[in-house]
Design a protein around this ligand. Structure first.
Ligand SMILES: [Zn+2]
Length: 127
């Protein structure tokens, strides 16, 4: 009785390479493992979703300009983006969250826009 289920510590009587007493214990074990791994992704993803919703709201208004302070008060975190495009060294970079882009007009304001075909063609990696 030296071998036990790695999930529930019940003794194992099966094959020598058996690790679980049951299918339930096996799936419980793997679910827990996956949950721990996914926590990091979920936390990051939630911030991206919050940002995306806020930018989408600005796109529904006119002009598509937002005061950065107001956005951050609603939970916007500018470092949670999916892409940065620096078209020319002297130009302000364009930040993207999937299909929505934004750029700083000055330190306090951003302009928000839908990704255009032109912006899509920018090859950031060649710089
Ligand atoms: Zn078990």
């Amino acid at each position: 009785m030296d071998r036990v289920c790695i999930q529930c510590d019940e003794p194992l009587y099966g094959r020598s390479d058996q690790r679980f007493c049951s299918a339930a214990c096996r799936s419980h074990y793997h679910n827990q493992k996956r949950e721990a791994e996914n926590k990091t992704f979920y936390a990051h993803h939630k911030k991206l979703i919050t940002n995306y919703r806020l930018l989408t709201k600005i796109l529904s208004e006119r002009p598509h300009v937002a005061v950065v302070k107001q956005l951050t008060d609603f939970g916007f975190k500018s470092k949670y983006i999916t892409e940065i495009c620096a078209q020319k060294p002297q130009e302000e970079p364009i930040y993207f969250l999937y299909d929505i882009g934004f750029r700083y007009l000055d330190q306090k304001h951003i302009e928000v826009f839908k990704r255009s075909a032109r912006a899509n063609s920018v090859d950031y990696s060649s710089k």
